[in-house]
Ligand binder design. Sequence first.
Ligand SMILES: NC(=O)c1ccc[n+]([C@@H]2O[C@H](COP(=O)([O-])OP(=O)(O)OC[C@H]3O[C@@H](n4cnc5c(N)ncnc54)[C@H](OP(=O)(O)O)[C@@H]3O)[C@@H](O)[C@H]2O)c1
Length: 296
Amino acid sequence: MTVRILQFGTTGQVGIELLRQAPCHDVALTALSRAQADLADPAACAAAVRAAAPDLVVIAAAYTAVDQAESDTAAADVVNGEAPGAIARAARDAGAAVVHISTDYVFAGDKGQPYREDDPIAPAGAYGRSKALGEQAVLESGARALVLRTSWVVSAHGKNFVKTMLRLAGGDRPLRVVDDQLGRPTAAADIAGLILAQAPRLAAAPVGAPEWGVFHFANAGEVTWRRFAEAIFAEAGVAKAVEPIATAEFPTPARRPAYSVLDTGRLEQVFGVTPRPWPAALAEIVAELKTEGAVA
Ligand SMILES: NC(=O)c1ccc[n+]([C@@H]2O[C@H](COP(=O)([O-])OP(=O)(O)OC[C@H]3O[C@@H](n4cnc5c(N)ncnc54)[C@H](OP(=O)(O)O)[C@@H]3O)[C@@H](O)[C@H]2O)c1
């Protein structure tokens, strides 16, 4: 059965990968841009779900400006908190399943061991708090919903750490990069691939099935931003020195979790999926950037 998917967000990293990969799966994907469905207007988003009556809704749009959210809290709360809830309630009424993407930033980042889905959340900033509101609203909606927390999303498009590092590669001075935050980089392509591969199963899974609830997904392996930067330059064949600095030396409006490692065991067990190591995902992204001429 071809799964009819309604996707919110067409221009973000995950949204683009969903659109690119959809033709390789037995899905009929309709994707709504911000102009077609603005998450700042939750009622309009709910109406879009009712109009489409899909099998599966994927929420790939979000207010992702982490620092800006600190001074724009109300807007972030509507987009990341209220809209996913309204979409999920409309999906419940339409009998559609929901995949909602969330973040490692719902955790305080002080656990020191990989975060499991049932660990208590304690977001350190406004973005994390807004995403936590969205998780709760989706989970309480009564929809057949999977909340997919991921971390350190990277790809050959949009704004992300890989592209930022390569943009800053010029000049003789070493690049100073934070070395006391640890996480799992994750290719947007792998998030999209997971969602599309599981779409038939999710569309069919009944209420109460093990597929519903919170799951963590990230590429395998832990790394600091500094070591990740070094790996990016090595992969791109760019000679660039990287100097480790502490988070305190790079102040930002939003506090970042020091320890962002997600435990993906539940997803591996329930869906039988093994995330590939992040260096393999990085190699693919750098190769794509090279093809586009974005890396010399
Ligand atoms: N990036 C990360 O490192 C990271 C880490 C963990 C979790 N996540 C989560 O992963 C998901 C996907 O992230 P991403 O990196 O793909 O995002 P992204 O590249 O920053 O793109 C965000 C997308 O959301 C759309 N959007 C923003 N505000 C909107 C609104 N009011 N109405 C409709 N669309 C709106 C943007 O559209 P415009 O082009 O119109 O702005 C864009 O398509 C998000 O839920 C995010 O919270 C991301």
